[in-house]
Structure formats: structure tokens, C-alpha cells
Design a protein around this ligand. Structure first.
Ligand code: SAH
Length: 217
């Protein structure tokens, strides 16, 4: 049943990749392949499945959203993953970006602060058989000390960087986040150096806010 559903949605996925990603300059073939293979429609409510491949973010409950396909691909490409990395993600949401990352690196550690979304991501990722993913429900601003240091940290909620993130990166590792406030963000990529970090700014964007603490509902 599920494999049938996946096949049935291959066409819209191919169109999404050519019209929304390649057309806008996503060139990393590994990222394009991952976006082509992850069944995005299985990560959203069935009522929204027909819009899963549209060029927009969609609600996933608890006032949160699954990012627009282009933004997922863009951020994945900016991480420049080769396949051997261990990546920390802050903001699991429904687990879609997590699934894409899991095809691009060795292991993904992902943190979500809303318990119901954390549980939902767990189900989605189990259904999609992603074995190289570890999830936890916690405040991602504290990082995940146990498995540090990471090759890359990606933040999928908008705000300002926590100092802990750079500390939990390997030297040469990359931190990518939508920086800013009030729904006005800009992607910034910081690379940890022996003495501080370098930074580059990219797209203007809008993300749901990075918040403190954990929500047990
Ligand atoms: N990558 C997700 C996008 C989810 S939206 C996807 O593909 O679906 C961003 C998520 O970040 C939300 O689910 C929100 O609850 C979560 N978030 C916000 N602040 C957080 C924090 N401090 N720690 C962990 N998760 C956080």
C-alpha cells in the first residue's frame, strides 16, 4: 500500500525537483536525489497530501510548519555534506528535513521542543525506515552534548545562535541558521575556526521562531 502511494507521487516529486529546485540553482546532485526519493506527502496530514509538492510551507500542527521544498534543499546544499558526517538538527518538526539529511550524511541527531511533533516525527521516520536518525524532545538551544562534536549543525527555526552550538561543532564544522527576529531572517553559515569563526550570509527567509523550553503536549 505504502510503496504504491510512493510510486503514485513520483511525478509531482520530479516536477518539484526540476521546477522549484534545479530552476532556482540547486545543483548538488546528492541533494536533488534525496529530494527526489523522500516521500514528502507522507510527512504531512493526509488532508494536505495533495499540496505536499507545492512551492510553499504547510502547517504540521501546534502552530508549526514544514519548510518549503526549496528551503529544505537550499539549506541541505549549504551544508556541503559528503556522506560521512554526523549532523545535529534543531527543530525536527514533522521530520521531513531530517529524512532528507539522513540520506546525505552518516547520522542525524534531531531535537524538537514540542512533544507531539517529536512523536509524530518518530512515526514518520520509522515508516520511511530511516535507521541512521536519533531523535529527542528537548530545548535544542542546549545542543546535544552526549554525541558532540558534530560536523554540522542546522537550525530550522528562526532566531539567534546559542553559544553552545559552536562549542559542540568540530573545528572546521558548519553552523547554519535563519538568523533574525520577528519573522525576518537571513540564512547565515558560520564555520568554526581554531580561533573564532568565519561567516557568510545568504537568502532572506521566514521561519517559525526558535523558542525556549519544552512543550509537553
Ligand atoms: N525541519 C522541520 C521544520 C519544522 S519548523 C520540518 O521539516 O518539518 C521548526 C521547528 O523547530 C518547530 O517544530 C519548532 O517547534 C521547533 N523549535 C523551535 N524552537 C526550538 C528549540 N529551542 N528546540 C528544538 N526545537 C525547536
Amino acid at each position: 500500500m505504502q510503496s504504491h502511494t510512493i510510486l503514485a507521487n513520483e511525478r509531482p516529486r520530479q516536477r518539484m525537483v526540476s521546477e522549484q529546485l534545479i530552476a532556482r540553482g540547486v545543483t548538488d546532485q546528492r541533494v536533488l536525489d534525496a529530494m527526489l526519493s523522500v516521500p514528502r506527502h507522507l510527512f504531512v496530514d493526509s488532508a494536505l497530501a495533495s499540496r505536499a509538492y507545492h512551492d510553499c510551507a504547510l502547517p504540521i500542527g501546534s502552530g508549526q510548519t514544514i519548510s518549503q521544498p526549496y528551503m529544505v534543499a537550499r539549506m541541505s546544499q549549504l551544508l556541503e555534506l559528503q556522506g560521512q558526517e554526523r549532523v545535529l538538527e534543531i527543530g525536527t518538526g514533522c521530520g521531513y528535513q531530517t529524512a532528507v539529511l539522513s540520506r546525505l550524511c552518516r547520522r542525524v541527531y534531531s531535537i524538537e521542543r514540542i512533544e507531539s511533533l517529536h512523536e509524530r516525527a518518530r512515526k514518520n521516520l520509522r515508516a520511511a525506515r530511516h535507521a541512521n536518525v536519533m531523535l529527542k524532545c528537548a530545548d535544542g538551544r542546549l545542543g546535544w552534548e552526549e554525541y558532540a562534536p558534530y560536523d554540522a549543525i542546522i537550525v530550522t527555526a528562526g532566531g539567534f545562535a546559542s553559544d553552545v552550538w559552536l562549542e559542540q561543532l568540530k573545528p572546521g564544522g558548519v553552523l547554519l541558521l535563519p538568523e533574525g527576529e520577528g519573522g525576518v531572517h537571513r540564512l547565515v553559515k558560520r564555520r568554526k575556526l581554531n580561533n573564532g569563526y568565519s561567516e557568510e550570509y545568504f537568502d532572506a527567509c521566514t521561519f517559525v521562531p526558535l523558542l525556549e523550553g519544552v512543550n509537553h503536549y
